[in-house]
Ligand binder design. Structure first.
Ligand SMILES: Cc1cc2nc3c(=O)[nH]c(=O)nc-3n(C[C@H](O)[C@H](O)[C@H](O)COP(=O)(O)O)c2cc1C
Length: 189
């Protein structure tokens, strides 16, 4: 288990297709969700929730993605449509982070959305801390109303991310990061 700061300094996303099994155990999934839920949350509104896709349920959800793809791209070949069935089955475990931000008398909706982002990031980091790797993606189906209905999202709910989790098949290469001189300034009076 890596040291916390080392983990934060070295984390990288791994493509879903490069995430192998075995999937996290039920106890590990509980840990992942507990950490994901432990985020700053102005007003304690819990403006997010999680949907777990594991085992056969991953391809069952894929049926809705295939149907939406066919409706969206009627010219697509049957093979192209069929390939969509495995969208959520590339990694052994996928956890959708659902934002349920909405108008509130005191708490801006923006802050509720940020809290969902924090939950997704905590989930990614918890996966890494348990020795897994992760990929936080959305892709087209996160924005398709037909898919969202089939996955049980209400009108006001949005996908913050489908966090794919598994074992990295190979260690990741690093990618360039923005120089701190370009993204951080010291305020001067
Ligand atoms: C909300 C959100 C949605 C994302 N959706 C996608 C996506 O659909 N496809 C993709 O390749 N990367 C997506 N990314 C980017 C990856 O999560 C990842 O940050 C990127 O591949 C860079 O890798 P790194 O995390 O190792 O820096 C998304 C990131 C965020 C925050």
């Amino acid at each position: 288990m890596p040291d916390a700061l080392e983990l934060l300094k070295t984390r990288r996303s791994i493509k879903p297709i490069e995430l192998a099994g075995p999937a996290p155990s039920a106890a590990e999934i509980e840990t992942l969700l507990m950490v994901a839920a432990r985020v700053p949350d102005h007003g304690k509104l819990v403006p997010w929730r999680f949907i777990i896709f594991e085992g056969e349920a991953r391809t069952a959800a894929g049926a809705a993605i295939v149907a939406a793809f066919r409706a969206k791209y009627p010219q697509a070949t049957p093979e192209q449509a069929e390939a969509e069935r495995t969208r959520l089955a590339r990694a052994p475990l996928v956890i959708a982070v659902v934002s349920r931000a909405g108008p509130h008398v005191k708490i801006p909706e923006w802050e509720q959305v940020l809290s969902a982002g924090a939950a997704a990031m905590n989930l990614v980091l918890a996966a890494h801390a348990l020795g897994y790797a992760a990929s936080w993606i959305t892709e087209w189906y996160a924005y398709d109303r037909g898919v969202l209905d089939a996955l049980g999202l209400k009108e006001n709910e949005r996908i913050a991310g489908f966090v794919h989790i598994g074992r990295p098949k190979q260690p990741p290469e690093d990618r360039p990061r923005p120089p701190l001189t370009e993204i951080a300034t010291r305020f001067k009076s």
